[in-house]
Design a binder for this molecule. Structure first.
Ligand code: GLN
Ligand code: ZN
Length: 777
């Protein structure tokens, strides 16, 4: 590179890729089911990218100054990076052609599995509710530039008259997030392959430069996280090596290294000393850094517009923060703090939020416009944008004073809580009471709650919303579904039954719709993983429960069977994590309000004769702050809110919880402190890796490590499930073990679900029969 092109004054780190009306989701699913072919899918995706570029220009980004990020992905950006560098696990070798390339169908197979070949594991992306696929790297991984998709997308834009900015996960983050492959020896660390990976990034950069790219964005969020397993010094060493090497290349675009989700801390000097051209700082989560040597040579990209929430926020403060960076470098720009992947497209797509709430919000498109405004301010001075800053300030002031934002009764109740409200009785006494009450067999079987959400169920809900069905007609259809699900569970032979959650559109939104303080959107979809999207609710005011929510459904279900029925609620932390939450008070305070509402619901379920209640907290791990110094306070309020919700019940009432991940070790103390009688977790995709953590931690409550990976359409065989159960029993005392799938079944079809559950029961019965001889139950 001879001269550095100017960095655009305003940009975003990434834009939602699923489409304003989930066009990509629909197209990808049509491709999977064979309704369209690869060419048709590619055409729909290309059209979506074209629409996005035009829209971003319309909202104020530059068309030819590299302001538009080329951040499209068919499934996941980490998978994209892995496939780009040829990191395909051995078990999928047959998907790769002689040139090391993989086609679109092969790409999806890595994500979804095929036959006996398990897909890549999936886990949460930093502290967001987005899931990425975990690459598998070993000594045998042979890196090469195996995909030029990213170059082709840049060229596609160029041909249409744009100069965009290709975005790819950086080499350090890619390896830091990878796990050792099956072939790797114990103790192998993927980051040790950095030397071999860098030449592939170099080759990619050369290709991009050749195609005319002026800037490229390398995302390195691993540098802000303290939850990466690699020791910090090694991570920083890796960054130093990667960027001094890439920076010295002759043939490359200018390098913009972005570090979303937190402050860079000691990684900032490392980047500052590297021969890169721009550094992206998350100034929403992190503070403005003190002066750092060598920073003055870089463009500093101030991530001041929150990419992770939907509030319009304090635009004047954002402008001040961005402007203050001018003391560190003469070249500053503004951007979002993270990719806008985490927020829906457009507030203007919502018709039912009301004018007040709408005026407090900014979705992706509004945030792009905010960035454009601030960029104009940087160029023309604050007076040029004063009207916009004032309008945002006025909306913020109106929001804080609006009715419902503070409710005296809710606040008084939260203020009166004492220690006793947070604690249940002695665990041994609970076990004794529950053993007697439920009389469950060795290795009790259950499910996580939802059964497949069939087209019929979704149609009925759509008809209800359109007024084509009355509430009573809808309820009758749901009751019929519940009856079917109960009969099915009885027939399969499960021990603790569920109602199947047919009435729930979503495990958080359903509660949001039934609690005060929330609003729900019509089109506010965000990608969760692959083609899966969720529609987070907006928690804008003080939360309370006007009336019981789930009690009638659970009571009806229990009336159909002699077996115990498990009531099913979503926990306070998850309700917060999967909603867009007010940012005007600490999360812990909001969590307490939600917990009190749930506590009332659990009390009503118990009074109505429901003896087991599950309170799902799949997001407990996800909200864990990336910085160690913030973690203790988080665990304190998150665990506290779960306990506040659940501690009001009698000893005999069995509290279950469900967590959606397998990194049990990281939050083991927190899970223990939840003090749930039974905890179910994900374990199938990682083949029970988690049980060693459970046993070494001395966890002594009930535990259900999942034996069926519900994120994939594969049906686990009886042998496979038997092996998983036996593996669990090698480490965990049998009296603690429950048998269940990894997660709810709502995303699966009925055929695969029934077959899988039958296999689980067959396997469980076989293990029970064997252990009657050897292990006392
Ligand atoms: N009870 C919920 C279900 O089964 C739990 C889902 C989740 O943890 N994500 O759908
Ligand atoms: Zn789950």
């Amino acid at each position: 590179m001879t001269t550095t092109p100017a960095f655009p004054t305003g940009t975003i780190l990434g834009y939602p890729r699923i489409g304003r009306r989930r066009e990509l989701k629909k197209a990808v699913e049509a491709f999977w089911s064979g309704r369209i072919d690869e060419t048709e899918l590619e055409a729909i995706a290309a059209e979506l990218r074209t629409t996005t570029r035009a829209r971003l220009v319309e909202l104020g980004l530059g068309a030819t100054d590299s302001a538009i990020p080329e951040s499209f992905s068919y499934y996941d950006h980490v998978l994209d990076a892995a496939v780009t560098v040829g990191a395909v696990p051995r078990r999928f070798a047959s998907l790769v052609d002689a040139d090391g390339r993989i086609d679109l169908a092969g790409y999806f197979t890595l994500a979804r599995g095929e036959g006996d070949n398990l897909p890549l594991e999936m886990t949460k992306w930093f502290d967001s509710n987005y899931h990425y696929l975990v690459p598998e790297i070993g000594p045998e991984t042979s890196f090469s530039l195996a995909s030029d998709r990213i170059v082709r997308q840049f060229a596609e834009a160029k041909a249409a008259g744009y100069v965009t900015r290709p975005v790819i996960v950086g080499p350090v983050t890619l390896l830091a997030l990878s796990k050792p492959s099956d072939e790797a020896p114990t103790g192998f660390v993927p980051l040790s392959r950095l030397d071999d990976l860098i030449p592939v990034y170099a080759a990619l950069l050369a290709r991009l430069a050749e195609a005319g790219a002026e800037w490229v964005q390398l995302d390195e969020p691993a540098l802000v996280s303290e939850s990466i397993e690699v020791p910090r010094a090694e991570l920083l060493g890796a960054a130093r090596f990667a960027y001094s090497t890439l920076g010295r290349l002759e043939q490359r675009p200018a390098l913009f290294v972005a570090a979303p989700y937190g402050s860079l801390d000691d990684a900032l000097p490392v980047l500052a000393e590297s021969p890169i051209e721009a550094i992206g700082l998350d100034l929403v989560r992190g503070q403005t850094p003190d002066a750092v040597a060598a920073l003055a040579d870089k463009t500093l990209v101030a991530g001041v517009i929150d990419g992770h929430n939907i509030w319009r926020g304090d635009l004047a403060a954002a402008f001040a923060t961005a402007s203050a960076l001018a003391t560190l470098s003469p070249r500053i720009a503004v951007s979002t703090s993270t990719s806008l992947l985490h927020v829906p497209h457009d507030v203007l797509d919502e018709s039912s939020l009301g004018d007040d709430l709408s005026s407090w919000l900014a979705f992706a498109d509004q945030k792009v416009a905010q960035v454009a405004t601030l960029a104009r301010g940087l160029v023309d001075g604050q007076s040029a944008i004063q009207d916009e800053l004032d309008a945002a300030s006025a909306a913020l002031a109106a929001r804080l004073a609006a009715p419902g934002v503070r409710d005296g009764e809710v606040r008084a109740r939260a203020a009166d809580l004492t220690e006793a409200d947070f604690n249940r009785g002695d665990y041994a006494a609970r076990v004794a009471a529950q053993d007697e009450a439920f009389d469950l067999p060795f290795l009790p079987t259950t499910t996580i709650g939802s059964f497949p959400q069939t087209g019929e169920i979704r149609r009925a809900r759509a008809q209800l919303n359109k007024g084509e069905l009355t509430t009573d007609e809808y309820a009758a259809l749901m009751r019929a579904e519940i009856r079917r699900v109960v009969e099915l569970q009885e027939e399969i032979g499960l021990d603790v039954l569920v109602h199947g959650e047919p009435e729930r559109n979503d495990m958080v939104q359903y509660f949001a719709e039934n609690l005060d303080g929330f609003a729900v959107t019509e089109n506010g979809w965000v990608q969760s993983y692959g083609s899966r999207c969720t529609r987070p609710s907006i928690l804008w005011g003080d939360v309370s429960r006007p009336k019981p929510i789930t009690v009638d459904w659970s009571v009806y279900t229990q009336s159909l069977t002699e077996k115990p029925v498990k009531g099913m609620l979503t926990g306070p932390v998850t309700i917060l994590a999967w909603s867009f939450v007010r940012d005007d008070q600490p999360l812990g305070e909001t969590a307490r309000q939600v917990a009190l509402a749930l506590r009332d619901e659990i009390g009503d379920l118990e009074a109505a004769g429901i003896g087991i209640v599950q309170v799902d907290e799949p997001a407990l791990r996800e909200l864990l702050p990336l910085k160690k110094k913030d973690q203790a306070a988080y665990l304190d309020w998150s665990v506290g809110s779960f306990k506040l919700a659940t501690a009001g019940v009698a000893e005999v009432t069995q509290i279950h919880t469900h967590l959606c991940y397998s990194e049990f070790g990281v939050v083991i103390d927190a899970i223990r402190n939840l003090d749930a009688d039974v905890t179910s977790i994900e374990a199938a995709r990682s083949r029970m890796e988690v049980v060693s953590d459970i046993s070494s931690s001395g966890f002594d409550h009930g535990i259900g490590p999942g034996v069926y990976d519900i994120h994939s359409p594969r049906v686990p065989s009886v042998t496979e499930v038997t092996e998983l159960i036996e593996r669990a029993l090698e480490s965990i005392p049998g009296r603690q073990v429950w048998i269940n799938p990894d997660c709810g079944l709502k995303t699966r079809g009925y055929d695969e679900t029934v077959e899988s559950l039958r296999n689980i029961l067959t396997a469980t019965r076989a293990v029970r029969a064997k252990s009657e001889v050897s292990v006392p139950a």
